[in-house]
Design a protein around this ligand. Structure first.
Ligand SMILES: [Mn+2]
Length: 322
């Protein structure tokens, strides 16, 4: 139980005492990051707090499939985040996931780090890190209930979005009876689950399908290692008009072949390096592969940065063969 985390009482005290709270999730936010951010912001406002919520990108733009989330219009640009004594980081495995807000967060008297990523480096002054939690949203729900916040449909919608996305619609190993009970509690608050599913999982732009076509066309299988990989270039994005923030789910299609247990998606960055996303169906820990190359993540989902596709493929094959 998250309540048993050593820093939990200190985190509760800091949130109770602070009149103004700054909140940020990780850069290029996913459903859990955004859902946790908005749920905590809404909940804290319900108990009289002033909150400012953002993330460390410039500009802060909500991905189209998450624009249905309640209260997105309350988000502020990172550059407009006011100073505060308490700063809450959500779903960030390390301080640098705060992007341009990292310096501001670290200067705050209290930096509360709420996260569930294994390998979280406990960069906060208060660390509410539970690697057993399905999602950061699950931790936020526990905090809100302990703070005496009455959950409502809007808060529940944000929390449910976090849980349903991070568990892959309750299909991944981080989903357990407790996760489903929690989801049931949220659904009881009239969460529009079918509408969320449409918005989040079936709202691809047609040009995204074209990008997916390119990526699948060049996908390469290494049958001996049951490894599949592909890449996306800046030119692909320019041609299809798809933003980097919309490329996260490419790997989900790539990994769905029965011929591979490990999948890697390489994404060209503006500086010429490649960000590698890794997925494993088990028993291979892609988390340890990512960490050995300066990255991080979970056992079955992780990432790091490398110089080019060929060296990245070599690094991964070497780890898979050892
Ligand atoms: Mn998460």
């Amino acid at each position: 139980m998250s309540h048993a985390l050593p820093d939990w009482p200190e985190g509760m005290r800091a949130l109770r005492e602070a009149p103004v709270i700054a909140l940020a999730c990780h850069v290029n936010p996913d459903g859990d990051a955004l859902g946790s951010l908005l749920a905590l912001s809404l909940g804290l406002r319900k108990i009289g707090k002033t909150t400012h919520a953002s993330w460390g990108c410039d500009p802060v733009t909500v991905p189209p499939s998450y624009r249905f989330l309640p209260c997105v219009e309350s988000l502020v640009q990172a550059r407009d985040m006011p100073e505060s004594e308490v700063f809450v980081a959500l779903d960030c495995g390390a301080g640098d996931r705060l992007g341009v807000l990292e310096d501001q967060a670290r200067k705050c008297k209290t930096l509360i780090n709420i996260d569930h990523h294994p390998g979280n480096d406990c960069f906060g002054t208060v660390n509410l890190v539970d690697t057993e939690a399905s999602s950061t949203a699950e931790l936020v729900m526990g905090l809100l209930l302990d703070l005496g916040v009455q959950l409502d449909r809007d808060i529940a919608t944000c929390l449910y979005t976090g849980v349903v996305t991070d568990t892959g619609r309750f299909q991944y190993g981080n989903s357990n009876p407790g996760t489903l009970r929690l989801a049931a509690e949220l659904l009881a608050l009239d969460v529009p689950a079918p509408a969320i599913a449409l918005e989040v999982f079936e709202s691809n732009q047609f040009s995204y399908m074209k990008l997916l076509g390119r990526v699948l066309e060049r996908a390469t299988l290494v049958p001996e290692e049951r490894f599949v990989y592909s890449w996306v270039s800046l030119e692909d994005l320019a041609t299809t008009g798809i933003g980097m923030d919309e490329t996260d789910k490419l790997i989900d299609t790539l990994r769905s072949t029965r011929d591979a247990d490990v999948a890697a998606m390489f994404k060209e960055q503006a500086d010429g390096n490649y960000r590698v996303s890794l997925r494993s169906k088990g028993p291979v820990s892609v988390g340890s592969i990512a960490r050995s190359h300066g990255g991080g993540g979970h056992e079955l989902a992780a990432g790091y940065t490398t110089t080019d596709v060929a060296s990245g493929v070599e690094q991964i094959l070497e780890a898979l063969r050892s």
